[in-house]
Design a protein around this ligand. Structure first.
Ligand code: DQA
Length: 143
């Protein structure tokens, strides 16, 4: 079973970017953890990051034809702004779990609203990189 992880804008800077909020691990370290946990769960994992909304939408559209059974997405700031990513999630059949490193419900008011969460299968946030691992474990149970 193949699971696609999509990281949104600015997450390529993890480790250097606001470490007091997002932690000290780089995106490469987080992807390594995702891949290792995937192996342990007998899931095939692929991780992509983009700073571009359209590229993220293309990955969502292509997920089914590329054989993915589930998608984990951290839309980052697009969570709060992107009707286009929301529509893409609605348009596809592959189930999507939204994740965040930080607990967006406990942050600035403008981060508390997610445009995408309501059209995902569910969301996991506030556990740092473990949010992604919990999403993988969830797919292992659900799929
Ligand atoms: C984030 C939370 C967003 O509000 C923010 O724009 C991010 C990261 C998180 O993982 O906590 O870039 O998605």
């Amino acid at each position: 079973m193949k699971i696609l992880t999509i990281h949104g804008p600015n997450l390529n800077l993890l480790g250097q970017r606001e470490p007091e909020i997002y932690g000290s691990k780089s995106l490469d370290m987080i992807n390594l953890e995702i891949n290792r946990r995937g192996e342990a769960l007998e899931l095939i994992t692929t991780c992509h990051q983009s700073n571009h909304e359209g590229e993220i939408i293309d990955w969502l559209h292509n997920a089914e034809s590329e054989g993915f059974s589930g998608i984990i997405i951290n839309p980052a700031a697009f969570t709060h702004t992107s009707l286009a990513i929301r529509d893409a999630i609605v348009a596809i059949e592959v189930p999507v779990i939204e994740v965040h490193l930080s607990n967006i419900s406990a942050r600035d008011e403008f981060r508390q609203k997610s445009l995408t969460a309501a059209v995902c299968r569910g969301s996991i946030c506030g556990f740092g990189p473990a949010s992604y691992l919990a999403a993988l474990e969830t797919f292992k149970i659900l799929l």
